[in-house]
Ligand binder design. Structure first.
Ligand code: SF4
Length: 291
């Protein structure tokens, strides 16, 4: 099955009335030789890692590599009942920050699609689990998310060093939005719309980690990714469509990435990494670590 676009997967699912996750499993089998049962098993294990790690880390503070983050998810948990944005969205943001802080503290994460963006997917999936979405549906959602990521990697990139943060947090958000739609009973077209709307909203996002460490702004961007994913999942399920199809959005993201100067692609030289405060932080770190 020589599929190069997400719209082909959506079309096959609609024509055959086979669920999108099953179409993706067949595509994967023909593409990689991996049996569907094996892929389901492996995907379930990835979800288990997210579940176990969050269970271990809920309410904890973290000692991260350079200490620019580590207490934010705990603060957010304490604020949960007062969240103006609503409990579900704030829970997603809080879990996303928790997992991203764990990543910054060298904890076990699922790079989905990367370490820097590893909070977005668990933020969304574990929140859905908390509100009663069946685990098996979350595994199906994660399988669909894998296809979204794979198409982005074919048409653009999943690397901040190559295409900026739009390729990391942007892709993670598109994947999580698609997963949320699928896991909660949305149609294949709604999955594609949620992914397209998410990626469009983060188009152009630069990669600008302070000092080159995956802490600032990375950790908090995971929170925004998780909330944006839930927003566009709901909008797509409400019937809002992306004027530009997902495949073209992914293609455009790749082009934007290729236009980005090196300073905005994980070098720690541009964006917020180039602010006076960031420079002062880096100076202090250099003195502390005698760099
Ligand atoms: S700013 Fe760069 S390093 Fe940080 S999450 Fe985004 S792409 Fe990754």
């Amino acid at each position: 099955m020589n599929v190069n676009s997400f719209s082909e997967l959506v079309e096959i699912a609609e024509k055959t009335n086979v669920s999108l996750d099953k179409v993706v499993l067949h595509w994967e089998m023909l593409d990689t030789g991996e049996a569907p049962e094996k892929i389901i098993e492996e995907t379930s294990k990835l979800l288990a890692v997210m579940e176990e790690e969050y269970k271990l880390n809920e309410g904890k503070t973290f000692k991260t590599l350079v200490g620019l983050t580590g207490t934010n998810s705990k603060k957010m948990l304490d604020h949960l009942t007062n969240a103006l944005i609503g409990k579900t969205a704030f829970t997603a943001a809080m879990i996303a920050v928790n997992m991203a802080e764990s990543n910054a503290a060298m904890g076990r994460i699922v790079a989905c699609p990367t370490g820097g963006s590893s909070g977005v997917m668990p933020g969304v999936l574990l929140t859905l689990e908390k509100i009663g979405v069946e685990r098996q549906k979350l595994v199906s959602g994660l399988i669909v998310a894998g296809a979204i990521g794979k198409i982005i990697s074919k048409r653009a990139s999943l690397s901040g060093a190559e295409s900026g943060c739009q390729a990391e947090i942007g892709s993670a958000t598109a994947m999580a939005a698609g997963a949320a739609v699928h896991a909660t009973g949305g149609t294949p077209k709604q999955v594609a719309n949620a992914a397209a709307l998410s990626l469009k909203s983060l188009m152009g996002l630069v990669c600008d980690p302070v000092g080159g460490f995956v802490e600032v702004p990375c950790v908090k961007r995971n929170a925004s990714g998780a909330v944006i994913a839930l927003l566009f999942s709901d909008m797509a399920k409400a019937g809002v469509e992306s004027v530009i199809p997902f495949d073209e959005v992914a293609e455009a993201m790749g082009k934007v990435g290729r236009m980005m100067p090196e300073s905005l692609r994980e070098t720690g030289k541009g964006g917020i990494a180039d602010t006076p405060t960031a420079k002062m932080i880096v100076q202090k770190l250099s003195n502390r670590f005698k760099l």
